[in-house]
Design a protein around this ligand. Sequence first.
Ligand SMILES: C/C(=C\CNc1ncnc2c1ncn2[C@@H]1O[C@H](COP(=O)(O)O)[C@@H](O)[C@H]1O)CO
Length: 274
Amino acid sequence: MSSADPSDEPGRPRSGDAPSPGDLETCYVGPVRVRREQGEPSKTTDRRLLEWVDPRDADLRAERTMRDSWRVLRIQSEFVAGFDALSEVAEAVTVFGSARLVPGSDDFDLAVRLGRALGEAGYAVITGGGPGAMEAANRGAWDAGAQSIGLNIELPFEQHLNEWVDVGMNFRYFFVRKTMFVKYAQAFVCLPGGFGTLDELFEALTLVQTKKVVRFPIVLIGRDHWSGLVGWMREVLLTKGMISPDDLDLLHLVDEPSEAVDIIGAAAAGRGGR
Ligand SMILES: C/C(=C\CNc1ncnc2c1ncn2[C@@H]1O[C@H](COP(=O)(O)O)[C@@H](O)[C@H]1O)CO
C-alpha cells in the first residue's frame, strides 16, 4: 500500500469496515467538523504552531519557515471571522469556569443562575462554548432570552458547542479566541474552575493591571472556591512586594449572581454607560 492511499490515514474507515456514526467522535479543526474514530490521536493547530523543530536540521527549518508564513494567513482569517461574527454584540459579559461541572451540582446551578441574572440585566453572555460551567451559563442566558455566545476551541479530544449557544464559533488558535473574550466584553466573571479558568483569570488580571483594558471588573463568584487563592495573593504576593495593594482591588469576590451584576453595572456607570 502506498503512503498516498487515503486508507492509510489513522482511524480512517477501511472499505467493508465502516463504523456506525455513533461509534465516531466529533471534533472541529477550526470551523471544519471532523468525525473520527474514538480516541484517535490528533494534533491540534495550536500544537502544530508551537511544535519544536530541531534547529540543526536545515531542511526542517526551511519547511517550518514556509509553513509559518502560510499560517499567518490562517491566523489573520480567524481574526476576520471572529470580528465579523461578533461585531453586532452589544453589552456582553464573558463567563469562565470549569468544563467539568456536572448538571445537578451546586456549582452548575450557580452557573445557570449567573447566566440568567446577566441575561435578565440585559447582557449577552460569552463563554468558551463547551460543557460544564460554559453550558450552564449559556443555558441561563438562553432562558433569559439574552444573546448566548459560545467561542469553542479545537482540542485533541472530542468536543462540541453546547446546545444553548445561539452564536457560536470554533477557533483553531487559543490566542485569537482569547482576544474575542476580551474585546467584546465589559467584564469577566469566573465561576469555580481549574487550570483553564485560572489561565483565563490571570490573562484578564494582567490586562487590567497593565491598563491594556480599563474599568473592566473581574468578579470571582463562589467564595469557597476562590478565597484561598486570593488569601495566598495577599499573604505571599503582596507581602513579598510582587503585587501592589491596588492590584488586589481588581478582584471582586462574591457568592451571588445578583452581586456580580451590581458590580458590573457600577463599573459601566463609571465608564459613562447605563
Ligand atoms: C475537559 C472537557 C471538555 C473540554 N472542552 C472545552 N471546550 C471549550 N472550552 C474549554 C474546554 N475546556 C476548557 N475550556 C476553557 O477553559 C476554561 C475551563 O477550564 P477548566 O480547566 O475546566 O477550568 C473555560 O472557561 C473554557 O474557556 C470535559 O471533560
